[in-house]
Write a protein of this length. Structure first.
Length: 223
């Protein structure tokens, strides 16, 4: 029972770490700039490429940065971030901060567990934990992929319904926040998180096999 509980805890912690790292990887300035341009942000907003890139970066820094600056009420002579938009981005920032904390907490748990396994030569527990993390990660990836493919709009709405109050995240098509970050931006981002998480799961499988081979080799040498 204790070993089973350990595998469950480690499996969930590894999945949290993999997904958290995947999300954080997409909060880089380069990713935001490239995908905003690829989804035709400047043409939709009526802003120049440079101003659209800078505005998207301001939003990225506001929700994912450590010390964000206030967002402007107007950009390029048009309305930009009113009180409602800023309130929503505050909520997004809170979600990002919570994700960082959860990822850091999972990393701390896993570091302690890994040190324990190595110090006690618990190769079997290490292999089982890594495999449990891979299975848990793949399970979430497959579940999210199936739901997203079947009905991405419902998946998108359901996701926001978990983290945000009522319809606070819904904006008009003409709002700058939507023109900078339209649905295709989030579709691609969700897909990339899934791909990165799947790669993370693959890494865990490879690591578990490496531990097993090392354990077998050590056992043979002991004989």
């Amino acid at each position: 029972m204790r070993l089973r509980a350990e595998r469950v805890i480690v499996g969930v912690a590894l999945a949290v770490l993999v997904f958290g790292a995947s999300v954080i990887a997409l909060t880089t300035p380069g990713y935001t700039r490239v995908l905003m341009l690829r989804t035709d942000g400047p043409n939709r907003t009526g802003l120049s490429d440079q101003l659209a890139i800078q505005t998207a970066e301001d939003v990225r820094r506001y929700v994912a940065g450590r010390a964000p600056e206030p967002l402007p009420a107007t950009v390029g002579g048009r309305e930009a971030f009113d009180e409602r938009a800023v309130a929503h981005l505050d909520d997004v920032r809170a979600v990002f901060n919570a994700a960082r904390i959860a990822t850091s907490f999972a990393a701390a748990i896993l570091a302690a567990w890994l040190a324990w396994c190595l110090a006690s030569r618990r190769s079997g527990a290490l292999e089982a934990g890594l495999l449990a993390g891979a299975i848990t990660t793949f399970g979430f990836v497959v579940l999210a992929a199936v739901v997203g493919v079947l009905d991405f709009d419902r998946f998108f709405s359901g996701f926001h319904g978990i983290f945000f109050d009522s319809d606070s995240w819904i904006f008009a098509d003409g709002d700058l926040i939507i023109q900078l970050f339209p649905e295709p931006f989030w579709t691609v981002s969700a897909a990339l998180v899934g791909v990165l998480a799947a790669l993370g799961g693959g890494f865990l499988v490879a690591a578990s096999r490496l531990v097993r081979r090392s354990f077998v080799a050590s056992a043979l040498l002991d004989e």
